[in-house]
Design a protein around this ligand. Structure first.
Ligand SMILES: Cc1ncc(C[n+]2csc(CCOP(=O)(O)OP(=O)(O)O)c2C)c(N)n1
Length: 329
């Protein structure tokens, strides 16, 4: 589940191993690493590091299929682009938004890319996702692996372009691939395209279907029943969310409803148990998000089962503050 898992058996290794763990986590494809430091090693004095530190690997660039991809994009009648969390993690949001605005391509978002376009933007067609993916003639997948969630890149008759920071992902998938640094790749693609892509009727169709889904969602959220429907909870929550609220979902069905109803207004502000659906992540996410964005509103939604995995971690949400305050005294 992590890119590396290491124990520091010697206190002199702690510095190097910490640097190496961060470098591995930040190298493409980005992901968590695990470093275990036994208590006795943590409190043992060690010399300060002077050696060169581990460095973050740059993504390997491969543009051999760029021209082919550009021809496919220009020829497409019904294109759609899926933006994944790596767009946000690789800080490519500006380039992504610029590309979308320039070529007017409908967008579906997933993971931490949710919020990359404002929900009021007619090009954001996530609510019509299934229809869009079933009827598109070109699917561009940017910043998310072509794994089981995307049918390993099988979108029926549609052609597929895969834009990634990691050439190693999803060998199963059949797609035209462009790999490298995501901000650079998106800018390069934008410079190769001069006019809007796809037909207006396709874009109107997706925008109308998305509005219809949003409307029926809001009706459901406004319904009041004796037995509480999850939609009712989101109907109460959504008006309370601000542009900077971080919403964390940890659970099963309850959270999949949240994914349908909540459309964040900024990327990186939505966290869920991810592709493996591992319950129990919510409290840890809340701790990390609270540390990363101090002062920003944070909502943690726990299913009953998920809460059973991690309610004790409420203590961890409080203890670091107590320790900090104690040290300051
Ligand atoms: C660590 C872990 N164990 C088991 C599962 C399998 N699983 C998926 S959803 C679910 C039930 C979750 O219940 P709850 O948090 O109450 O949410 P609900 O689906 O009831 O809304 C379980 C056990 C999982 N995803 N992760």
């Amino acid at each position: 589940m992590t890119k590396s898992a290491v124990t520091a058996h010697d206190c002199e290794q702690v510095g190097n191993l910490t640097e190496a763990a961060f470098a591995t986590a930040m190298s493409p494809h980005q992901g968590p690493t695990f470093l275990d430091i036994p208590m006795d090693k943590l409190f043992t004095p060690a010399p300060i590091l002077t050696e060169p530190l581990a460095s973050i690997t740059k993504p390997q660039s491969d543009l051999t299929q760029l021209d082919l991809a550009i021809d496919m994009i220009c020829a497409a009648q019904r294109p759609v682009i899926i933006a994944g969390g790596d767009i946000w993690q690789n800080q490519a949001e500006l380039q992504f938004r610029a590309l979308v605005a320039q070529i007017g391509i409908p967008v579906i978002v997933n993971g931490m890319a949710r919020g990359i376009l404002n929900p009021a933007n007619p090009l954001l067609v996530t609510p019509a996702r299934s229809y869009a993916l079933k009827n598109a003639d070109l699917v561009i997948v940017a910043g998310t692996p072509l794994d089981f969630r995307l049918g390993y890149g099988d979108f029926g008759d549609a052609q597929v372009i895969f834009i990634s920071d990691d050439p190693r992902t999803s060998p199963l998938a059949q797609a035209v691939r462009i790999t490298g640094d995501l901000p650079d790749l998106l800018s390069t693609i934008a410079t190769c395209l001069s006019k809007p892509v796809g037909t207006q009727s396709w874009k109107d169709d997706l925008a109308q279907r998305s509005s219809a889904v949003r409307l029926s969602n809001s009706e459901l959220m406004a319904t009041r029943q004796e037995m509480i429907h999850p939609a009712q909870i989101y109907g109460e929550l959504i008006p309370r969310l601000t542009e900077s609220t971080i919403t964390i979902g940890d659970g099963g069905d309850f959270v999949s409803f949240a994914g349908k109803f909540i459309e964040p207004q900024q990327p990186g502000r939505w966290l869920d148990p991810g592709p493996f659906g591992a319950l129990g992540t919510g409290m840890g996410y809340a701790l990390g998000a609270g540390e990363s964005f101090p002062g920003d509103p944070l909502v943690l939604l726990l299913g009953g089962g998920a809460a059973g995995f991690s309610l004790m971690d409420v203590d961890s949400l409080v203890t670091p503050c107590s320790v900090h305050n104690y040290c300051r005294q």
